[in-house]
Design a protein. Structure first.
Length: 187
């Protein structure tokens, strides 16, 4: 029990440090979102018995790769909390004329409309965590001029979308998309 509490304290401390760093100005530069999605999925696969899927056709975008990874990690941690062995977690990146987006979708327990509304407005939902992870996600999106969208159905899972416009504050994310698919290890 003590070790579990120490692990929890270590995670909270790491998130507070990350949140403090995310609030500092950080350089944005062209980065390969597709490779980031692939690397993140590959890193998480061994940590949990889930059906992992990753695919992205965003290509290059003006980002801070480390901060984007921190935001996606927070969303994957949330997906892991509300899924069980054999459930699906998918990371999908897409580019459209209006911008690009990354979706983190799971087949877990899902949330009620009230829980989605609370989470969307920045309020924690129940005793599921500290709320620091979503604060990190919002901060990263704010720096990119992006928005957070959450859709969920009780018993059917949740889809969280990081939507970044083609031209955010001082950003030009237009780049040729590159195809990348990371095969589902269960396939």
């Amino acid at each position: 029990m003590v070790l579990d509490e120490l692990d929890k304290l270590a995670r909270i401390t790491q998130r507070v440090v990350t949140l403090m760093q995310v609030e500092e100005p950080h350089p944005l530069r062209p980065g390969d979102v597709d490779r980031a999605v692939e690397r993140i999925a590959r890193r998480w696969r061994p940590s949990a018995d889930r059906q992992w899927y990753a695919s992205s056709d965003v290509g290059l975008a003006v980002i801070n790769a480390e901060r984007l990874e921190a935001a996606i990690d927070c969303l994957i941690e949330n997906a892991l909390k509300f899924t069980g062995p054999g459930d699906r977690i998918a990371l999908t990146g897409t580019r459209e004329p209006a911008g690009w987006q990354i979706e983190i979708a799971d087949s877990g327990t899902g949330m009620t409309a009230e829980q989605v509304a609370a989470l969307s407005s920045g309020r924690p939902i129940g005793h599921t965590g500290t709320g620091l992870g979503m604060a990190i996600v919002r901060s990263v999106l704010k720096a990119l001029g992006g928005e957070l969208h959450i859709h969920s159905t009780v018993g059917a899972g949740t889809v969280v979308t990081l939507a970044v416009p083609a031209a955010g504050p001082g950003l030009d994310t237009a780049a040729a998309p590159a195809d990348l698919t990371v095969a589902d290890p269960a396939a």
